[in-house]
Design a protein around this ligand. Sequence first.
Ligand code: NAP
Length: 347
Amino acid sequence: MERYRVGIVGATGLVGQRLVQRLEGHPWFDLVAVAASERSAGKTYAEATTWRLPTPMPSAVAGLRVGRCVPGDLDGCDVVLSGLDAATAKEVEPALAAHGIAVLSNASAFRMTPDVPLLVPEVNAAHASLVDAQRRRTGWPGFLATNPNCSATGLVLALAPLHREFGVKRVIVSTMQALSGAGLDGPRGLDVVDNVVPYIGGEEEKLESEIGKMLGAPILVSAHCHRVATIDGHLEAVSVELERDATPEQAVAAFASFRGDVADRGLPSSPERPIVVRSEVDRPQPRLDRDTGGGMSAVVGRVRRCPVFSLRFEVLSHNTVRGAAGATLMNAELFASLGKVPRRSGR
Ligand code: NAP
């Protein structure tokens, strides 16, 4: 495949850093531009970034000059991956799409817009074609597509095989979300030690609305979101009501055999198994299981009957990988493999 030129907006943040890390040595994509706020613009990436990952900052990126999140500073990019907050994304992302760029976003600003795909490739790859209607409506030569909220990503991966085989009607989910989910300005120090915070602004509403859009069904979701003192990996306790009854063994078989919509597309970020099932009574655990499948697999365990609904289980997914940077990158790979990324650089 011919290579694509890629930029990152919000490149200095936690999601942006994961994008930089995952683009190093990518077989299809070359990182050519990084952009962030006025605070960072004009500095080198190494000067502007408080690097928080255990692997070294890629040397090819360290010397890149950080640009502003404006089309002129991202000219020459075929694809822009966005790790911006929602308010900034609302201004920046449409301007980039109008400039002819394929924009793949982590932000919530446009997730629920009907002709903006809210994509997890294994779950609803067919929604990628919504960008054709979006281009007709907007007249943009580029397009905008999104990945879901980090907790919604793990949850929808687990619900998809159940929905396909048994139908999902209602869900109650309690999340235990890692500190990295709050970004570089998230809670730290004495706020988090010896503590659980039973509120994450806007999070429950996102979980409750995004699942139905992705699964294409009016699934009722009740979410309780908590910030806990883990570093990476969101754990979710899920009770689910099914349309057709299933035993825990049947549900485990559905999880374990799930390969999803893109197993044969050869997407570089695609894990061999979208869902890995653990049989131990005390798994999944964030520290032990978050890197399963290179951080791209959801890990399911404790599948058992529910005395109120049909079944209950735990699901864990890596929030800055599967729930953010890895998801955005995999969505970009899906559009590239579909031939839907416009070429801008005249090559
Ligand atoms: P973060 O660490 O706070 O990073 C924010 C980034 O946005 C930084 O690069 C920052 O640049 C840039 N920025 C802030 N204000 C800006 C402005 N006015 N103009 C241009 N750039 C601006 O946040 P994050 O955790 O990476 O999250 C990024 C996005 O991904 C958010 O929408 C978040 O909801 C979403 N998300 C995060 C996770 C997660 O697990 N962390 C998971 C899923 C989705 P400076 O360094 O120059 O300030």
